[in-house]
Design a protein around this ligand. Structure first.
Ligand SMILES: C[S@@+](CC[C@H](N)C(=O)[O-])C[C@H]1O[C@@H](n2cnc3c(N)ncnc32)[C@H](O)[C@@H]1O
Length: 219
């Protein structure tokens, strides 16, 4: 939890939060869903701008943490939901805007597609989805992937011997299939279109991240 709070308080995460909120163009009467709400980075920024927020996380500990935070801050329009992105506990067409930040790289590709299908189901026609995530592939075929991986390795090595140990641990996790599963900008563009979204726009950020916008068609 401490690690997530530290990450959420970095300037890079604040910048992604601000970009997602700006792209969302939130309106006071809207109902919002934050998937993988974690520390509440998006939830707390959005709560003051909309009618109601459902903040969903698969971790019971993160849900309890966010509930405590909302209580301490006196935020009353946030409902914390314990649940999984691949099986959203919400009715069809119940939500105007879905937001998410740095959650989807925890999901296998097949589950990313299941989550997109669920998002499309709970969004009202014309509703929108905006999310940030790691966006690159663990491979060296593409120039951006090579550059991102080199940057991440350099960042870890800068931590000296502790960084080298972390690098070795991450290499082991990659080899045994237990590392995060980021997808590329191109993968997300295809997946969003394949799942029936329109107005799809996905773009990389300066670092390993990227941001996506998509809309559920009006029918
Ligand atoms: C890196 S944290 C990001 C938290 C927050 N969105 C932020 O920007 O600070 C990822 C969060 O996604 C949650 N998560 C991972 N897999 C999930 C899933 N399948 N469904 C819902 N939440 C999930 C984790 O429990 C964690 O709280």
């Amino acid at each position: 939890m401490g690690d997530l709070e530290r990450m959420a308080s970095t300037p890079a995460f604040a910048a992604i939060r601000d970009e997602i909120i700006a792209l969302a163009g939130l309106k006071p009467a809207e109902r919002l869903l934050d998937i993988g709400a974690g520390t509440g980075l998006l939830t707390l920024a959005a709560a003051a701008r909309v009618q109601a927020v459902s903040a969903l996380d698969v971790s019971q500990a993160m849900c309890a943490h966010l509930e405590r935070k909302c209580g301490a801050l006196g935020v009353e329009n946030v409902e914390v939901l314990h649940g999984d992105a691949v099986e959203l506990p919400l009715a069809n067409d119940a939500i105007d805007v879905v937001l998410s930040n740095y959650c989807f790289h925890h999901l296998r590709d097949a589950d990313k597609l299941r989550a997109l299908a669920q998002i499309r189901r709970v969004l009202r026609p014309g509703g929108r989805l905006i999310f940030g995530d790691m966006m690159f592939r663990l491979g060296v075929a593409k120039r951006r992937d090579r550059a991102v991986i080199a940057l991440l390795v350099k960042r870890v090595i800068a931590h000296g011997p502790a960084g080298l140990v972390r690098l070795a641990k991450n290499a082991l996790r990659i080899l045994t299939g237990r590392w995060e599963r980021p997808a590329s900008v191109e993968w997300w563009q295809n997946a969003l279109r394949q799942c029936g979204f329109v107005e799809v726009a996905v773009y990389p950020l300066e670092h390993e991240g990227g941001i996506a916008f998509a809309r559920k068609p009006l029918d």
